[in-house]
Design a binder for this molecule. Structure first.
Ligand code: MN3
Length: 202
């Protein structure tokens, strides 16, 4: 059984950028819904997660999932993992980009031209994404390069063999209460004030 992990801060900790009402609804209804649906799907193969080493490993290797469970585990398991990861990318006292490791700042400069361009790219890709999904900053292994892109629904970068570094939820439920349909304002507020750059690995 997968359990709903608590948020790493209080429901009102990200006020006024993300309201307590929005955070409660997002965590207690949407995120919990994925946990419940994943548990129901896993009744078809109760040892799957243990056998394959956990949710991250399963989502990184969807070819290992029994065919009859595959789409459910990708959708509901992705919903669980993506939300856990997203909460960890936000903070009421976020780490600064200036304190990220040298390898990362060098890669940002080489790939995007600099920090401002990276922020613009996250906002532009996230705001123009059609439908539900997520915007990601990922590391492409072997080449050690960075990429920004969006995934549809609950798809993850691990399915493409990429390592997620940061994400922001693009589903309407993520922004509708506080920003209505203005996803660009939502992304800008998060990126400027509560995105925690200390999640970038040393
Ligand atoms: Mn969500």
């Amino acid at each position: 059984m997968i359990k709903l992990k608590p948020l790493p801060y209080a429901y009102d900790a990200l006020e006024p950028l993300l309201s307590e009402k929005a955070m409660r609804l997002h965590h207690e209804t949407h995120h919990k819904g994925y946990v419940d649906k994943l548990n129901t799907a896993l009744e078809g193969d109760p040892t799957l997660l243990n056998r394959l080493g956990g949710l991250y490993e399963v989502l990184s290797n969807p070819q290992w999932i029994p065919l009859e469970l595959k789409q459910s585990v990708i959708d509901f398991g992705g919903g669980v993992w993506n939300h856990d990861f997203y909460w960890g990318c936000l903070s009421p006292s976020p780490g600064s980009y200036m304190d990220t490791p040298e390898w990362f700042q060098t890669a940002v400069n080489n790939t995007f031209g600099g920090y401002e361009q990276l922020k613009d790219k996250l906002i532009q890709e996230g705001a123009s994404h059609f439908g539900s999904g997520w915007v990601w900053l990922v590391l492409v292994p072997h080449t050690n390069t960075l990429r920004v892109y969006t995934t549809l629904n609950q798809n993850t970068p691990m399915m493409r063999g990429h390592v997620p570094l940061l994400t922001i939820d693009l589903w309407e439920h993520a922004h509708y209460i506080d920003y209505e349909a203005n996803r660009k304002d939502f992304l800008t507020a998060i990126i400027e004030y509560i995105l925690d750059w200390s999640v970038i690995p040393q």
